[in-house]
Design a protein. Sequence first.
Length: 320
Amino acid sequence: MQEAGAPFGAALPSGGPAIVTEGLTKRFRGGQVAVDALDLTVPRGSVFGFLGPNGSGKTTTIRMLLGLVAPTSGEYSVLGLPQAQALPRVGALVEGPAFYPYLSGTANLARFDAADPTAARGTAGRRIAEALERVGLSAAAGKRYRNYSLGMRQRLAIAAALLGPRELLILDEPTNGLDPQGTREVRALVKEIAADGTTVFVSSHLLAEVEQMCTHAAIMRAGRLVAQGTIASLSAGLVARVRVETPDAADAARVLGTLGLADVRPGDGDVTAELGGHAPERINAALVGEGVAVRGLAVVRPSLEDVFVGLTGEGFDVDG
Ligand SMILES: Nc1ncnc2c1ncn2[C@@H]1O[C@H](COP(=O)(O)OP(=O)(O)OP(=O)(O)O)[C@@H](O)[C@H]1O
């Protein structure tokens, strides 16, 4: 579905989703279906988490969107433009670029930029400085790459994807292999880039990461789309529960039942129940009023993991 759009350099198309796929399918030689009839809609301005366990087809989808591998069937549209016009507006980080350890950040980006036939030579210096500034590496621009931390290395890779003005940034597992500090740096950078108005499509196998960083998500499993939507809408069908930590579990369960809470489950040292429309502070007051020793009271909202388990009946194979 390579829709005809405004020619490159004309007013930026503002309407329409950033990415649409319809029935997008990739079957590799040997019969392996990596991506199976994928219908995806990525709204403009979203931070869209493309979530799935390893091997669920995320990288293959991204490679199709970037024109690196041909779909077996189905259609896709990026920025509503023909591919040749869309790609210069898309920054991508897929299996990070190889950088030279003995060259500085600036020199590495200069080499990277020189290899891009669509990049304007005359503006390289300015664009490189801007990209380094964008990812917070200006002060380390002259430092050798081998002396960069893991987080700095990944930020340099993102800078390489930002060497031109981008409407869409596609990042394939950008926090994979990073230490906790580097992970924090990259997550913060993704949010900053999105706050500037760039749509970010980011794949991850970490549920918690997508919940923290993204406004929307699509959940993949074995090449198929399980669900997509805003983070809030994905879990909207699941009920929040209240958990009361108490040594008086039986008494607490009785009080919760009297209040009308559903699915009351007394445990060892705690009781949980569906929150429904009840106010947690009233539940607490009622418990205390009945002489129950409340050690803690928490509302447990359903997570993306609960959504995944609810939809597939399976646990997610990694945790965040
Ligand atoms: N070139 C290829 N030839 C054959 N099979 C492939 C090829 N590339 C990927 N696959 C298979 O397609 C499936 C999906 O792989 P893909 O890399 O897209 O998943 P992923 O969700 O990105 O996982 P990961 O995070 O591990 O890369 C896997 O079973 C993989 O083995």
